[in-house]
Structure formats: structure tokens, C-alpha cells
Design a protein around this ligand. Structure first.
Ligand code: NDP
Length: 331
């Protein structure tokens, strides 16, 4: 292990003013845990953007190393679950929020939070997927548990050019679903079609206050946007359909009515990746490894180094990132 090592550290002064810096840390400064992992790859999710910019109350322990996702190799372990040399993966569990996170060469973590890296995926590929892509899979699995199949009808994907959106489109189209992609970046329509969208619509169709019920346009939806967009997605879901709600890019509010639920039997399915139980995580990653086409994953991924993390955090909140960002920590 090489000490000191570089980490991104977010601090807060007495006036609660937040600042971000690259710091040299030692292992002794990391928090408690039974496994030390050398982080080989990480990523920049929307939540990491909120943490680094301070635009959302993600960080709840100061100072904090952000970074909610990590892939790497175990360098030391006190328990039996993992041993030195094991290839592991972490998504969520408060890492980068309440526990020092992935934007450092080393992370000390709890073994309960880790899963073995799925067969057939490199550290970089798992982080190209990251929490955003794993959440897209959790959303697809929720729709399927509801009984939705490709024969049920099209599936709406909102925030289509984002991390959740691009992976959701790729996964749905591979399973044979017809996908309606909603985006504010219509110039990227050809890209979204290359991922498998059959139709691309302007997000302005969904982002303004709408009627309690509209024309039935889709059998289900994966919504990364919230607010009026989620309300309109529900209002236009066909009888018996379901909407998997996983994000808040437009807003945390839900200005809806009960009409879709009581008049059309529509279901709203909540998706949480952070505390999702281990069997569900393992199943989601197994399916991502088997079903996500690697050429599509590559086409929706931009690779950066440790030095690019802070800029990417700002860019993701400005809606400037297309697809996913993977961070090569070995660069
Ligand atoms: P991205 O920033 O990559 O994607 C979000 C997309 O939403 C943007 O690319 C844009 O798509 C669209 N968008 C942005 N701002 C607005 C707006 N004001 N109105 C309408 N659409 C907008 O983020 P991620 O894909 O990583 O995450 C998406 C959401 O999901 C976030 O809110 C994140 O916090 C949440 N999330 C939740 C998880 C959970 O466990 N429930 C896990 C992972 C993410 P376009 O340009 O195509 O319009």
C-alpha cells in the first residue's frame, strides 16, 4: 500500500460553507471497516455531483470523501467473507455520504456492503454501469415483477440521455421492449435510437403541469426525473401498467392525483439502490453482466482520470454529460 495517497476531500467551515480540495491521506485517517480495498475504478453519478457541488444535502459527515461507487481489489480483510486479492464491487450503503467514499486510492469498508465483481465484467465496466446503471436494472426488474412484458406495450424512459436513461434504454431494447425516450436533447435522437429507442420525444411534452389522466401511451415507465414529468408519465400509463420511480432530476415533488391509481389501476413502484438487499443486488449485477451489450455500454461511456472528477461533478448537474462517466483511478 502506498501512503500517503490522494483523495478528494469535501470540508465545511464554521459558517457551513463547503469547499473541495485534493488532499494527501493515510489509511489511519479512514473510517472503521473490516476490509481495505484498492479502488481501481469509480464513477460520477448525479448524487456525487450533488455532494461535490453542495447542491443537495448528500454529505452528512464532515469532512467527506465523496464517491458512492467503487470497484477494486481487496488488499486486507479482517473477516472471512473476503480475502486479499478478491475483486469486489460497492454501490451505495451511505458510502460517500456518511462513510468516507470512493474518490481515493484506498477505501476502508464493511464487508457486508461488498459483492464479488460479477463474472465477465472488468472493474472499469462495472463502474461504467455504476449506481445509475444498476438502478436502471432494478427498475426493469420491478416492472417485470409487476408482470410487464414486451407484449404489454411500449416503455417510457425519462432523462433518456442521462446515466439511468441510457442504460435503461439499452437493457429494455435487448429484452425486446419498444422504448419511448424522453429527452431535452433532441439533437441526440440518433444516439438514443442507436441504443435501442424506437421513438424519441421532447421532454417538454411531459415537464409542464398536465391533466390527471391523458391518452394511454405506454405500458410502463422508468422515470429518473420526478415532479411534473412523473405525474404526466403516470397520467399516460395504460390500464394496469406501472411506473418505476427512481430519480428527481426535475424535482422531488410529485404534483399528481390519485386518478391513474383508482381509475386505471396504475402502480407506482419505488426504486432505491442505496439500501437494496444483497440478493437483489447480486441478481441485478448478474443480469447486467449477461444482458448489457458491451458495445452499447462503450458507446454511452466517457472515461476520465482522478483529475477530471470535480469538473464532471459540475457537468452532470448542468445536464452536460451524455450517458455515463467512468473514472480510471490507475491512470
Ligand atoms: P444524469 O444527470 O446522468 O441524468 C439525468 C437526466 O435527466 C439528464 O441527462 C437529463 O436528460 C434529465 N434532466 C436533467 N434535468 C432535468 C430537468 N430539469 N427536467 C427534466 N429532465 C431533466 O443522472 P443519473 O442518470 O445518474 O440519475 C438520474 C436521477 O436518478 C437522479 O435524480 C439521481 O439522483 C437518481 N438516482 C436514484 C437512484 C436511486 O437509488 N433511486 C440511484 C441512481 C440515481 P435529457 O438531457 O435526456 O433530458
Amino acid at each position: 500500500m502506498q501512503e500517503p495517497f490522494k483523495a478528494i476531500l469535501v470540508s465545511r467551515d464554521e459558517d457551513k460553507k463547503q469547499s473541495v480540495a485534493v488532499a494527501d491521506l493515510t489509511l489511519a485517517e479512514l473510517m472503521e471497516g473490516d476490509v481495505v480495498v484498492e479502488v481501481e475504478a469509480t464513477t460520477v453519478n448525479y448524487k456525487d455531483g450533488l455532494a461535490i457541488t453542495g447542491k443537495g444535502p448528500v454529505i452528512r459527515r464532515w469532512p467527506m470523501i465523496p464517491g458512492i461507487d467503487a470497484a477494486g481489489t481487496v488488499v486486507s480483510s479482517e473477516g472471512d467473507a473476503f480475502k486479499a486479492g478478491d475483486k469486489v464491487l460497492l454501490n451505495g450503503f451511505g458510502v460517500g455520504e456518511t462513510h468516507l467514499g470512493a474518490y481515493a486510492r484506498y477505501a476502508r469498508l464493511k464487508s457486508d456492503w461488498l459483492i464479488a465483481r460479477p463474472d465477465g465484467m472488468s472493474a472499469m465496466e462495472t463502474m461504467a454501469v455504476g449506481t445509475a446503471g444498476y438502478t436502471a436494472m432494478l427498475s426493469l426488474m420491478a416492472l417485470e415483477r409487476h408482470g410487464i412484458t414486451p407484449d404489454s406495450g411500449p416503455i417510457l424512459v425519462t432523462g433518456a440521455n442521462g446515466g439511468v436513461g441510457t442504460v435503461a434504454i439499452s437493457l429494455l431494447s435487448k429484452r425486446g421492449y419498444s422504448v419511448v425516450a424522453s429527452t431535452g436533447r433532441l439533437g441526440e435522437a440518433d444516439f438514443l435510437k442507436s441504443l435501442g429507442a424506437s421513438e424519441v420525444i421532447d421532454r417538454a411534452e411531459l415537464s409542464e403541469p398536465g391533466k390527471p389522466l391523458g391518452k394511454e401511451r405506454w405500458a410502463g415507465a422508468i422515470d429518473a426525473v420526478g415532479s411534473h414529468t412523473l405525474a404526466n408519465a403516470l397520467a399516460m400509463t395504460q390500464y394496469g401498467g406501472a411506473v418505476a420511480a427512481c430519480g428527481l432530476a426535475q424535482g422531488m415533488d410529485l404534483p399528481s392525483s390519485v386518478a391513474p391509481f383508482i381509475l386505471r389501476g396504475v402502480s407506482l413502484l419505488g426504486i432505491d439502490s442505496v439500501m437494496a438487499p444483497k440478493p437483489l443486488r447480486i441478481e441485478a449485477w448478474k443480469r447486467l453482466s449477461a444482458e448489457l451489450e458491451r458495445d452499447k455500454l462503450e458507446s454511452l461511456t466517457t472515461t476520465i482520470g482522478f483529475d477530471g472528477i470535480i469538473d464532471a461533478a459540475h457537468a452532470i448537474l448542468e445536464g452536460k454529460i451524455r450517458g455515463r462517466v467512468v473514472v480510471d483511478m490507475m491512470r
